[in-house]
Design a protein around this ligand. Structure first.
Ligand code: AMP
Ligand code: ZN
Length: 114
């Protein structure tokens, strides 16, 4: 299948891996939109949130909990979790993934110290 995220999961193209288990991988976004921008990618190829079936409830919950655990490990006090859904929703890669964006607090603190 000609899917860039499937190729990353299968290690056919290199990527900055942060975490991997049986259900998900976490990589750094190649074009970060925040000081911290990670992608939690489901290993199973599902096109988007709008293609989910009831049987997927557990794995989608796993994506959100993975993001929560990573945010905790990074010491983020606040962050954004974003699913872009379909072209009108800004989705470019048709393989289910969750954006974890944060790190602005640390930058604010830096500015305050100057
Ligand atoms: P979306 O718009 O929700 O489909 O987001 C796709 C994201 O994947 C974008 O933020 C891209 O910067 C990111 N992206 C595309 N190719 C790669 C790659 N090879 N490694 C890491 N992130 C990527
Ligand atoms: Zn895929």
């Amino acid at each position: 299948m000609d899917c860039i995220f499937c190729k990353i999961i299968n290690k056919e193209i290199p990527s900055d891996f942060i975490y991997e288990d049986g259900d998900v991988i976490v990589i750094k976004d190649i074009h970060p939109l925040a000081p911290i921008h990670y992608l939690i990618i489901l290993k199973e190829h599902i096109q988007s949130i709008s293609h989910l079936e009831n049987s997927h409830q557990e794995v989608v919950s796993k994506m959100i909990f993975t993001a929560k655990k990573i945010a905790e490990k990074l010491g983020l006090k606040g962050y954004k979790l974003v699913f872009n859904v379909g072209r009108e929703g800004g989705q470019v890669i048709d393989h289910l993934h969750l954006h974890l964006l944060g790190g602005w607090g640390k930058i604010e603190n830096l500015k305050l110290k100057i």
